[in-house]
Structure formats: structure tokens, C-alpha cells
Design a protein around this ligand. Structure first.
Ligand code: NAD
Length: 323
């Protein structure tokens, strides 16, 4: 423990910059430091500042508090969903994964079991099938005893302008990117209410804040998910359930390769030119990695984000141009 006289040293400032607070650590710190402060003739920093420094000081390393939680991650055989399942496994969660392709799902889940020694449950189905979602969540609870965290996800809708999109395209986008979220929320919320703790995190897109030219299906349908997220956060916050939305920007996955292919076909520009354009459009001048979206999701699910609900967090490298 540093002495009070040394409070201004860079080393001590670093100690006090530790962002996490637990009531117990604050009390312990206060008890330790109070006699030191009382013995000082002249306080090294203004007393009000010392008080606030004491209140934020926490000597323990960051603990996300997720160990042994059950995390459902939908559409997780590849891309952002897979990275999210891996990130929860790394935090000691039990993982429930789904996707349509059983073989891809098996390969993904085997990797997670091996790397993280995690308990992983998988089932292959289409997330736009309400009955399948019902059976899946039922099986997860039967196996793991709870459904603490639910990350909703699905493949993105096709890149199309308004007149090119058929009524079937709209129905499919609603089923896949809106109703699938409703199906999962309906199943997990009663489970979360029982434990008075839960986290629902929807994966949508930067299109929730900034529409993208040829993604009219995403632009329109994902706005509905944001409305749902806000409504659920208002209705179920009293039950200890936090509901947030994460909007990825251009993230290096198969989905982005598909988008590059369709834009290249429509415009005649090369795919590498299109990728370069996406990178140049961000503040950080590069594409995102699935891991970067996943880590934001894990943090939002954690005890460290316990007062955040009803929000959209963009993980877009500064692509969003608004304030
Ligand atoms: P991806 O195509 O790499 O992976 C999609 C995953 O969803 C795969 O595991 C696939 O098997 C699964 N899946 C697709 N349709 C499904 C269905 N009907 N039922 C069950 N599983 C299904 O995509 P990604 O890049 O990881 O994107 C995830 C989400 O984020 C998508 O909705 C996408 O539109 C959105 N998004 C991605 C980016 C990006 O740049 N990658 C940007 C913004 C938004």
C-alpha cells in the first residue's frame, strides 16, 4: 500500500486509475489510508480529490464476474458469433451454441472445448424457427440449470436497393433479423426472471445508426431490433435483466467477403478496392476483427457493465460519422 505522502507520484496515480469498484475494496482502502491522511500536516492533494480517488481505488485486478454463467450465443459457427462464444468460454462460462450447419458447429465447438476446457452444448437449427428456439433454450436450461446470458445473432440480409428487394426478401429479413430476437427473448426472459439476473445482447449493425446505401433490408429491419431492445430494457430492468445492442462496423468475416463480392459485381470495382474503401472510411483506417466485437459483448454482459441497459454500442473503428 503506498503512503499518503506519495499520492502524487506517477506510480500511485496509476494505482488509483484502476477503474473497477467493489464496495469492499473501497472500504478496505479507506480504512487503510484514513490514518495516513490524518497524520499529514499538509495533504498532498486537495482533500475532495483524495476522497474521490479513494472511492474509485480498487486493488484487485479486473474480474468480469462471469465464471460459471451460462451464455447462449446464437448463429455461432463462424464470424462474430463464434468469436463471442470463444470469448465467453475464456471467461469461464458454460456455452450453448447454434447454427444451421451441424458439421461447422461441431468443428467450432470442438475448438472451444479444447482451447478453453469449457462445457459446450450445441444444436443445429435455423434461428428463424420459433419452435426450434423454444426446444433449444429448454435443453440449455435442462443441461446447465440456467440461461443467464443470451446473445442473439443471425446471418445478415442480402445487399439490395429498395426496388430490387422483393416482398419475400422483406419477410425473410424480418424472420431472420427481427423475429429470431423475439423468439430468443421470449424463451430466456422467464428463466432470467427466476434468478433475478440476466443479460440479452443483440448483434445488429452500424446500420442502426447510419444507414448503408445498398443495405435497405438491414437499415429498416434492424431499427426494429433497437426499438425492441429499448422496450425490453424498460420492462425487465426491475428483474435484474439488462438488454443492450451491439452494432458492428466493417468486420473481417465471411459476411464481409460476401458483401465485397456483391458490390464488386454491381460496380465493376475490384474486391480489394472495396475493402480498401471500407478501411479508409473508419477513423482507425482498418477493418475490425470479430474478437473486437466479441470482447465488447462480453464486457457488456459482465458485472463491470451493471448500470448499462437499453443502449446501442457501435464497434466500428469510428466509421459512424455522427456525434
Ligand atoms: P457470418 O456470415 O460470418 O456468420 C454468420 C453466422 O450465422 C454463421 O455461423 C452462420 O452459420 C449463422 N447463421 C446464418 N443464418 C442463420 C440462421 N438462419 N440460423 C442459424 N444460424 C445462422 O456473419 P458475421 O460477419 O459474423 O455477422 C454476424 C451478424 O453481424 C450478421 O447479422 C451481420 O449482418 C452483422 N454485421 C456484420 C458486419 C461485418 O462486417 N461482418 C457488419 C455489420 C453487421
Amino acid at each position: 500500500m503506498p503512503s499518503a505522502a506519495g499520492l502524487n507520484s506517477p506510480c500511485i496515480q496509476m494505482y488509483f486509475a484502476a477503474p473497477m469498484v467493489t464496495p469492499q475494496s473501497s472500504v478496505t482502502t479507506l480504512q487503510t489510508i484514513a490514518p495516513l491522511l490524518a497524520s499529514q500536516q499538509e495533504l498532498p492533494v486537495p482533500s475532495a480529490r483524495i476522497f474521490s480517488i479513494i472511492c474509485i481505488y480498487n486493488p484487485t485486478p479486473m474480474d468480469l464476474g462471469l465464471r460459471n454463467r451460462t451464455a447462449i450465443v446464437a448463429a455461432s459457427s463462424q464470424g462474430i458469433g463464434l468469436a463471442t462464444a470463444e470469448a465467453f468460454a475464456a471467461e469461464g462460462c458454460r456455452i450453448a451454441m447454434c447454427a444451421r450447419n451441424a458439421e461447422a458447429l461441431r468443428a467450432a465447438s470442438d475448438r472451444i472445448r479444447q482451447q478453453h476446457k469449457a462445457e459446450v452444448f450445441t444444436e443445429a437449427f435455423d434461428v428463424s424457427d420459433a419452435q426450434a428456439v423454444h426446444r433449444f433454450v429448454e435443453s440449455v436450461v435442462a443441461r446447465f440449470g440456467s440461461a443467464d446470458i443470451c446473445v442473439t445473432n443471425a446471418g445478415g440480409p442480402p445487399a439490395k436497393g429498395f426496388l430490387a428487394a422483393s416482398v419475400d426478401d422483406w419477410r425473410r429479413a424480418l424472420d431472420l433479423n427481427f423475429l429470431s430476437t423475439v423468439y430468443f427473448a421470449r424463451e430466456v426472459i422467464p428463466q432470467m426472471q427466476k434468478n433475478r439476473w440476466g443479460r440479452i445482447i443483440t448483434i445488429t449493425s452500424i446500420t442502426t445508426k447510419q444507414p448503408v446505401a445498398d443495405l435497405v433490408l438491414s437499415n429498416a429491419v434492424r431499427a426494429g431490433v433497437v426499438g425492441l431492445v429499448k422496450s425490453l430494457s424498460n420492462e425487465f430492468g426491475k428483474d435484474g435483466i439488462l438488454v443492450n445492442n451491439v452494432g458492428p462496423g466493417y468486420t473481417a468475416t465471411e459476411r464481409l467477403k460476401d458483401l465485397a463480392r456483391s458490390r464488386s459485381a454491381a460496380s465493376g470495382r475490384s474486391q480489394s478496392d472495396i475493402f480498401d474503401g471500407w478501411s479508409a472510411d473508419t477513423a482507425v483506417r482498418r477493418l475490425g476483427e470479430p474478437r473486437e466485437v466479441a470482447e465488447t459483448i462480453v464486457w457488456l454482459a459482465s458485472e463491470r457493465a451493471s448500470y448499462i441497459t437499453g443502449q446501442t454500442v457501435l464497434v466500428d473503428g469510428g466509421n459512424y460519422k455522427g456525434l
